[in-house]
Design a protein around this ligand. Structure first.
Ligand SMILES: Nc1nc2c(ncn2[C@@H]2O[C@H](COP(=O)(O)OP(=O)(O)OP(=O)(O)O)[C@@H](O)[C@H]2O)c(=O)[nH]1
Ligand SMILES: [Mg+2]
Length: 436
């Protein structure tokens, strides 16, 4: 798969489709300022210094005025792409933006492909591949946790950690090579073991954050499951803070499942209220129960609710390693007690904070807010690969350990985008929107 040419001027609408107060059209490449000058009535952009802006009028090839606009000029290499670049801020009308883009294309620019501005930034060395992916993650971030993590990636926190590990492996390789050349100089076998084990521990630490990273980025599904009348719908409403689900004293109120979005400690969650699980001959209720159990199996986390004021039912088959046990109706006199259960009352709000915290901890695990979370599938794969080769290096005969160390190093460098194939690069940028 060939990457597009790097220099010709490209243009795209950078703001989302639809009406807005302001719309932005971007232009970048060698000759971008010449293209901009052709559609501009006002101060000549070629005479503007980088980082300056000017007001003027955008015209098409026939001289028709398209809009009044603000033009921002960036000069290579001090721009996002590293090239001469222009941003036109127009009124945010789809008709205006379309015409302005058309005028730029007629003036010599080519329509940008998805992510092509960021691709140029990467190819021009303005950012590494992990940073480019962080740009995408930031644009896509829908929760605070995802935003924070993406910003860390953009600030090269992950890149620096990977570089640190890579550097240690480079040093080790140099020592192994010296030993192969001059066996009497000798690498201490202990040095291989120590360095590889330490880097391995760091790789495993990063991999352990992958579930948290995935959930921060994509969100989690939380299933509320339990017997009829356990208080599932009431708890859903209490967590949401509004009456989303119907609550009645009649067992079997919820027949189908229902979903509602909520956020717990910055993590986006889809809560799913389900039908009460019991043996039943009613075909409608029975499909509801089947659905409930299926939803529980597919959820990232299950809340298993049991009414604390009644004798407990036989628990259904649930993925217990992904479940929290919740005793409901804590405001009533208890019929049983069990320290494994988190006690809550949807009526008084008792225990809800503790429940939220338990949900957060269970989903995010031991990954702490302050560290880097791996949320990108490509990074996860590369780390698994590095881990595999480091494990090999630990057990390989000393003269072969270098090969495994080299392979681990290559896997880590993939994350930064060093020596990656065009195929990989194309795949990364395919997910971007046009104009980014
Ligand atoms: N005292 C008290 N009653 C509660 C509490 N939570 C729920 N209830 C009552 O328990 C009954 C059942 O509540 P629901 O939330 O409908 O229970 P459910 O698990 O959704 O029941 P199904 O939809 O039938 O499976 C209702 O009468 C609620 O008012 C609570 O915290 N305290
Ligand atoms: Mg219900």
């Amino acid at each position: 798969m060939a990457l597009p040419s790097l220099n010709e001027p490209i243009a795209a609408i950078a703001t989302p489709p639809g009406k807005g107060a302001v719309g932005i059209v971007r232009l970048s490449g060698v000759g971008a300022l010449e293209v901009a000058a052709k559609v501009w009535r006002g101060k000549d952009p070629r005479k503007l210094e980088g980082g300056r802006f000017t007001y003027g009028t955008i015209v098409d090839a026939r001289g028709e005025v398209l809009d009044e606009a603000l033009m921002l000029v960036f000069r290579a290499p001090h721009s996002y792409t590293g090239q001469d670049a222009v941003e036109l801020q127009t009124h945010g009308s789809p008709a205006v933006l379309r015409q302005v883009l058309q005028a730029l294309l007629e003036a010599g620019a080519r329509l940008a492909q998805p992510g092509e501005f960021t691709l140029r930034a990467y190819l021009n060395g303005r950012m590494d591949l992990a940073q480019a992916e962080a740009v995408l993650a930031l644009v896509e971030s829908e929760s605070d946790a995802a935003r924070r993590q993406a910003l860390r990636g953009l600030a090269r926190s992950l890149s620096q950690q990977i570089e640190g590990m890579a550097e240690r492996l480079y040093d080790l390789l140099a020592h192994i090579q010296a030993w192969l050349d001059y066996p009497e100089e000798g690498v201490e076998p202990a040095e291989i073991q120590t360095t590889v084990s330490e880097v391995l521990a760091e790789v495993e630490r990063l991999l352990a954050t992958a579930p948290a990273g995935r959930i921060a980025h994509k969100g989690a599904r939380l299933a509320l499951v339990g017997a009829p009348n356990a208080g599932k719908s009431s708890l859903l409403n209490a967590l949401l803070g509004y009456e989303r689900a119907i609550v009645t004293p009649i067992p079997g109120t919820t027949r189908d499942y229902l979903e509602a979005p909520l956020e717990i400690a910055g993590v986006p969650i889809t809560a799913v209220d389900t039908a009460g699980v019991r043996q039943t001959d009613d075909p409608v209720e029975r499909s509801g129960v089947e659905r409930a159990l299926k939803i529980a199996q597919e959820a990232d986390l299950v809340l298993y609710l049991v009414d604390a004021a009644e004798p407990p039912p036989t628990p259904p088959d649930l993925p217990w390693e992904r479940a929290l046990k919740v005793a409901t109706k804590a405001d009533l006199p208890p019929a049983w007690e069990d320290a494994e259960f988190i006690r809550v009352s949807s009526q008084t709000g008792f225990g809800l904070e503790a429940l939220r915290k338990a949900i957060h901890d269970k989903l995010i695990g031991q990954a702490s807010e302050g560290e880097i979370w791996i949320s990108n599938e490509r990074h996860t794969q590369a780390l698994y690969e590095a881990r595999q080769h480091l494990l090999e290096a630990l057990t390989a005969p000393q003269d072969l350990a270098g090969l495994s160390v080299q392979a681990a190093l290559d896997a880590l460098n993939q994350i930064l985008g060093k020596d990656v194939s065009e195929e990989v690069i194309a795949r990364v940028f395919r997910n971007f929107c046009v104009g980014k």
